[in-house]
Design a protein around this ligand. Sequence first.
Ligand code: F6R
Length: 261
Amino acid sequence: MEVILRPTREAAEALAARLIAEQVRAKPDSVLGLATGGTMERVYAELVRLHVEEELDFSLVRTFNLDEYVGLPGDHVCSYRYYMDQHLFRGINIDSRNTHLPNGVAEDLAAECRAYEEAITRCGGIDLQLLGIGKSGHIGFNEPLSALRSRTREKALSPVTMAQNAGYFSQYGPMPQRGLTMGVGTILDARDILLLVTGEAKADVLARAVEGPVTSMISASALQLHAHCRVIVDEAAATQLSEQEYYRWIFDHEPEWEPYR
Ligand code: F6R
């Protein structure tokens, strides 16, 4: 893992957007794994800006999102499909047929999950997977005790996640209690991984994921097993990391990290 500590949330978000943009420029038909949530909103706003102002071209890009709520159709304002359309897809020149999210209203959810895995494989696998972390330690909706080799499947949301996301549903009826999510194993198959973590509220779980033991109790800790995982954090999220000084030192002294500066 490479922990990249940036001084502010804005700097962390800008770096994440820049690395995604570099991926797209280097391989115009990249397969991107995408996440939703508050952490990603300004990353996507920056990608839209790069498209509009610097002609970042998404015409050949394919995307697979991590997860979707069970029971929410794509036009529901709280669905992740709706989030992606609003925050990213409608602002860039991506072909909507190349954007994929699990269908949370599929008649046969198990078949939908199998088809999702097959679609990722048919596209050649995910080049770059963007991730946030939940307060439960989840990536996607891989709640505590998710098998480290799990694949896309239906998953009950933990009470911590229900509480974390309840605010989004306050005006829009009851929050679904289940989601479809790529598995931890699906995520670990990505060629590159970018985990973005900002804000003090994530400090404790970030430290457990990065510096704690690999455990299915904190799904994000499985990222320690990945050979190309960059963890971009702001100072607020880094407060519980015991090796902050080392991360700052290595950032300043490791020549291979020049592209992140
Ligand atoms: C959403 C997802 C989740 C979020 C996580 C952090 O697609 O995969 O794992 O990344 O819950 O959410 P925020 O950014 O809202 O704190």
